[in-house]
Design a protein around this ligand. Structure first.
Ligand SMILES: Nc1nc2c(ncn2[C@@H]2O[C@H](COP(=O)(O)OP(=O)(O)OP(=O)(O)O)[C@@H](O)[C@H]2O)c(=O)[nH]1
Length: 259
């Protein structure tokens, strides 16, 4: 049978309060037991309160942790988006930089570095049938001296444009340096290249480089041509074109010579 704890407790309280039992040894023992029981209850309640607040604290902490985690996640997403945009911008900037490093700043034509790359790849693909034309403006210094460097720049750009237009699909032009241009013809009949270069000297000879009415400059070009021969390297092919250009200069300019 289950004891009625409440009634039992009340009975103990009554006995302890009863004057008639004071001083009896069992009264003292009961008193001590009662005090001990009360203190145990108080301890238990204290522990329950502690446990409750501990659980509260954990719940709060988990809540805050969750919120903090969400915040970090949002920050992380933001950083990822920024990083994606940054990488795209970086890729575009690198591309622009790469293109800029292969273009001549004045004429916009491919520069010597780009040309050497092209020459290397043409050489690797099919070296037979490659022709080079080294083209140099005649007495260009006199144009600079007479009209100044800025006008000289304009003439350089115009000559570059005329070469590009005249060569067209037959070859690839580059500004090799200073007042020199290099054209690669690949897989074009040598006779056709010669005809093109002969025509080019005529085009430049007949051109008027004017700036409205401010000036009217005439000029000519000399060309050294080389075509691939057995055992040629890129260097030897360029050197033969250079030597032929030298001969064209020394034999009166305004012409092309085959090296
Ligand atoms: N305006 C201008 N001049 C340049 C540029 N690059 C090189 N030059 C000039 O080109 C001239 C080349 O002179 P030279 O090597 O003596 O040759 P040239 O006067 O053309 O004579 P030949 O080649 O012997 O017919 C120099 O005056 C350089 O300053 C440039 O980008 N702009």
């Amino acid at each position: 049978m289950k004891p009625d704890i409440k009634a039992l407790e009340q009975k103990v309280i009554d006995v302890l309060a009863n004057e008639a039992y004071q001083g009896h040894p069992l009264h003292d023992v009961l008193n001590e037991l009662w005090d001990y029981n009360q203190s145990q209850w108080a301890r238990m309640e204290h522990m329950i309160r502690l446990s409750d607040s501990y659980q509260d604290m954990i719940i709060q902490r988990e809540k805050t942790l969750g919120e903090r985690f969400d915040k970090h996640l949002r920050q992380l997403e933001k950083i990822t988006r920024i990083s994606d945009r940054y990488q795209t911008a970086l890729r575009e900037a690198n591309l622009e930089l790469e293109q800029a490093s292969y273009a001549d700043a004045l004429t916009g034509l491919p520069n010597r570095r780009k040309m050497l790359r092209r020459l290397k790849s043409e050489f690797e693909m099919c070296r037979q049938g490659i022709c080079l034309a080294m083209i140099d403006i005649d007495h260009f210094k006199t144009i600079n001296d007479a009209y100044g460097h800025l006008v000289g720049d304009d003439v350089l750009v115009s000559v570059g444009n005329l070469i590009e237009r005249t060569v067209g699909e037959l070859g690839h032009i580059s500004r090799w340096g200073g007042e020199e241009f290099l054209v690669i013809f690949s897989q074009v009949e040598q006779a056709q290249v010669e005809q093109c270069l002969r025509h080019l000297t005529k085009v430049i000879r007949e051109a008027h480089f004017d700036n409205g009415e401010a000036y009217d400059i005439r000029t000519t070009i000399s060309i050294g041509m080389s075509h691939y021969q057995a055992d040629d390297s890129i260097d030897s092919l360029i050197t033969r074109a250079d030597n032929a250009l030298y001969k064209a200069k020394n034999s009166g300019r305004d012409r092309f010579v085959i090296g």
